[in-house]
Design a protein around this ligand. Sequence first.
Ligand SMILES: [Zn+2]
Length: 421
Amino acid sequence: MYQPRLETMPREELERLQLERLRRTLAHIKARNPRYAERFKGINPEDLTDLSQIKDLPFITKDELREAYPFGLACAPKEAFVRFHMSSGTTGTPVVNPFTRADVEQWAEIMARCLATAGVTHADVLQITPGFGLFNGGFGFHYGAERIGCFVVPIGPGRTLMQLKFMKDFGTTALAAISSYPLRLIEVAREEGFDFRETRLRVGIFGAEVWSDETRKYIEEAMGIETFDIIGMTETGGVGLGIDCKAHEGIHVWEDHYLVEIVDPETGKVLPDGQEGEMVVTTLTREGLPLIRYRTRDITRILSRERCACGRTMLRVARIKGRTDDMLKVKGVNFYPRQIEEILMRHPETTPEYLIRIGKRAGKDFIEILVETREQDETLRERLEEEVYNFLGFHARVVLLREGELPRREGKAKRVEKITD
Ligand SMILES: [Zn+2]
């Protein structure tokens, strides 16, 4: 553990610390940004005497963060900022998160914890494939690695052949990536006759996209590694909000820095532990853009607040099932792309590449699942259609493609295409 005393703090003490930091965060907003403070009119930090009162505070959404572009909700004077990161603004204005010096230190601390949780030590070689730029990934891993003192290969995204070469030449033992990138590495390795078992690679730390348990198994087998699922987003201060430990029984959230709630995405009501809903995050130690009750749109549930086999007391959430805005609806059934992925990946004949085409044709819902297969087999198509019906309750047309037919992308994978005519 990077900070054993903090990571194993008794729950009572942890909750006292959370309450104190929640008050401090609210006071910080009130002192620093009148526009932001408007949201909390009539609520004073000293009125908060119990964590459960957080449910009386208003939510903040991604759209509201966008509307504040660039510094509308920033809570420090401009000269205190050292840098900003932003979320990909695929649809319009991005969300800008300005970092103070203390925010950079906070990020380094939680990322060092994440790396240590995945078993990375000063003796490791960490190859960082997320970008070093506006989007947050690369820097977070880099700062964490500096705290741990391991050797860093700061290669960034793309250049897959060079990634494989460096992995061998520099003796990479740990790989950081967005979760679809290992699939690309595996594919290129196959084409090149590159064997991961001849490298020193043993750990993968992947996140930023929803990836199913089946994909995880596939990556672990193909690369001969143990993988760790890391979560976090630009809005909350970057990757590193939490990670699963060697017990792999849920993702630990660093609760001394973040307070999480699970709410009903429709009504906003707080749900009891164990029930699935949208994760809402309150930052407890961020200065530049502190967030109170941020609607992440990630769907998960709280698995446990008990001490884990690893000794940590930080609560655990389930791996992210989907995002509220990825939810698809066909013929009256709601589902997430990950559920289709799980069905496809159970069949070794398929490659991990697929595309869900969904929409309306002549006023009627239709869904097509395009999946690449290593061998053409009519019975496979029928079996997949039947499984989709059995597991999800609707009929989908499955189209088998040959390996390599779907376009490959650098960066996040495209898994859904919406069509209307
Ligand atoms: Zn644990």
